[in-house]
Design a protein around this ligand. Structure first.
Ligand SMILES: NC(=O)c1ccc[n+]([C@@H]2O[C@H](COP(=O)([O-])OP(=O)(O)OC[C@H]3O[C@@H](n4cnc5c(N)ncnc54)[C@H](OP(=O)(O)O)[C@@H]3O)[C@@H](O)[C@H]2O)c1
Length: 270
């Protein structure tokens, strides 16, 4: 028997690619599938594959109570991800958080429940390998160049700002290099929004336009020189699938919350 995986958001852009990979990988088994509009449909047919006898259900609780599950993976919506993950943990199932939109205090709550339950959770604003490298390289740079700003690019229909990638980057960089703007924000002349949002002390500027998929850029500034580190996602969900499944295979032996795929790949950033 393979690792039993329940996918939340199974009919979505990311969730459907993930479910196909779970079906294809010999060491994994699709044990649950969550989405509202396809409720009751065979999951194989709902994602463009052969029927496989598993029905899509509308809630995480129903999915996890219907079949034994080793790991729950969430790629749903920022408005429901926290409840979904807490539900999984309370039902004794480790979780992977792919959905964006959670704040540091949401993660603190999730970490508390994970610790209490003795279960693992892996969350990453971006589960692609090259995005994990952006996170790690940016953290290394911030140790030497503490002044930075982040630009977060995404398609015009993305509802949440900043993206999970940019948010996580800002929070983590803020711990390494608390930013001090040259002109304090309350002394700015003109609209303060033009200086972006404060995320953990860093300034984050969200661009939402057709033509972008998802990119994150950190600009580090020193006197007389600059460094830009940028990640651009292509149009396929494959990079997220690879990193998510890597996390799913490891989370079952972990306890507590790990944020950032790079921490899973390289160990905690010191
Ligand atoms: N961390 C990463 O690497 C990464 C990568 C890609 C995407 N993301 C994030 O993952 C999330 C999903 O992205 P996506 O592009 O795959 O979205 P999407 O294509 O809109 O898919 C969302 C899926 O969630 C389901 N869903 C939405 N609301 C739900 C609810 N209340 N209860 C149950 N199911 C619900 C949808 O089906 P129904 O509407 O029928 O319920 C659909 O199956 C976003 O927050 C995105 O930013 C993160």
């Amino acid at each position: 028997m393979g690792l039993r995986v329940c996918v939340g958001g199974v009919t979505g852009w990311t969730g459907s690619a993930l479910a196909k990979a779970v079906i294809d990988e010999p060491d994994l088994e699709l044990s649950g599938a969550v989405a509202r509009k396809a409720e009751g449909q065979d999951v194989g047919q709902a994602i463009g594959r052969e029927a496989n006898g598993l029905a899509v259900v509308a809630s995480v609780e129903a999915a996890l109570k219907a079949s034994p599950t080793d790991v729950y993976i969430d790629y749903t919506h920022p408005g429901v991800v926290k409840d979904n993950v807490l539900t999984a943990l309370k039902l004794g199932v480790p979780a992977i958080v792919g959905t964006s939109g959670l704040t540091a205090s949401d993660y603190a709550e999730i970490a508390k429940v994970a610790d209490h339950q003795g279960l693992g959770v892996v969350a990453s604003g971006n589960f692609s390998l090259t995005a994990a490298l952006l996170q790690r390289f940016a953290l290394m740079a911030a140790q030497h160049v503490p002044d930075f700003e982040i630009i977060d690019y995404a398609k015009h229909t993305k509802p949440d700002v900043p993206s999970g990638t940019a948010n996580e980057l800002a929070e983590r960089l803020g711990k390494v290099a608390p930013n001090k703007p040259g002109v304090p924000i309350d002394k700015i002349i003109g609209p303060k929004e033009a200086r972006g949002a404060d995320v953990s002390g860093g300034r984050v500027h969200s661009v939402r336009l057709p033509g972008f998929i998802l990119s994150a850029e950190v600009i580090f500034g020193l006197y007389g020189e600059r460094l830009s580190i940028r990640h651009d996602a292509g149009s396929s969900a494959d990079p997220y699938v690879g990193g998510t499944l890597l996390a799913a295979r490891r989370v079952v032996t972990m306890k507590g919350l790990v944020r950032g795929l790079d921490n899973l790949l390289f160990g905690p950033f010191e």
